[in-house]
Design a protein around this ligand. Sequence first.
Ligand code: ADP
Ligand code: MG
Length: 237
Amino acid sequence: MVELTGVSQRYGDVTALSDADLTIARGELIAIVGPSGSGKSTLLNIMGTLSRPSGGTVRVDGHDVAKLSDRELSALRAGTVGFVFQQFHLSPGVSALDSAADGLLYSGRPRADRRRAAEVALRRVGLGHRLFHEPHQLSGGEKQRVAIARAVAGGPSPASGQAGPRLLLADEPTGALDSRSGAAVLELLHELHRAGTTVAVITHDRDIAASLPREVRLWDGRIEYDSAAPTTSGSGR
Ligand code: ADP
Ligand code: MG
């Protein structure tokens, strides 16, 4: 699903990511952990083609990202990748239904169609009874579920037989939530994974990281440990 080879990201004299090799197979569920500033978000944004690295090769769903035009890259992202962030990024005054439908804004599908898909996604995350609630009327956990519904509503058209994006990238999705809402959001990620979505989740929570099938640890811009590659792993701290 994702293949990074020798990927680096520099910002001026800051090296946010250094020579990262990482392969994520279709259908994996992986945790990305590491201290603040270790390069986790940089790595996730590169995996999701939100930013182009300063060096190395990025392949997403078989495409060499460097060889795609901006337009092709947008199409790949819209059809393949869903994002969830710690700060839900919901617009004030916009209903859950319209927020979730935003996930399909670049799909080329008509508005009524987008809203229908959004409703299906909201039901899938257990918010079928909150379609017309606005962000200020929702709890933190519910807001994050709307954001997940937005990510899930995107992806290929239902005609392809696939529900939701093939790749879901979550950057500390439970970071702003109490433990109970966080657990519900995590369960949702597990459900999407069971349904076939490849999921990478950045987390500060050691229990969450330990509960996922694979753990990748960053330290100072380097991948210092990968539970899927025990023979080449670092200190295993
Ligand atoms: P994490 O998500 O692990 O906290 P980040 O990937 O956000 O870490 O950042 C890694 C390093 O790169 C940090 O030192 C950060 O300050 C720096 N950095 C990230 N984005 C930028 C940017 N757009 N411009 C300059 N420096 C950046
Ligand atoms: Mg971050």
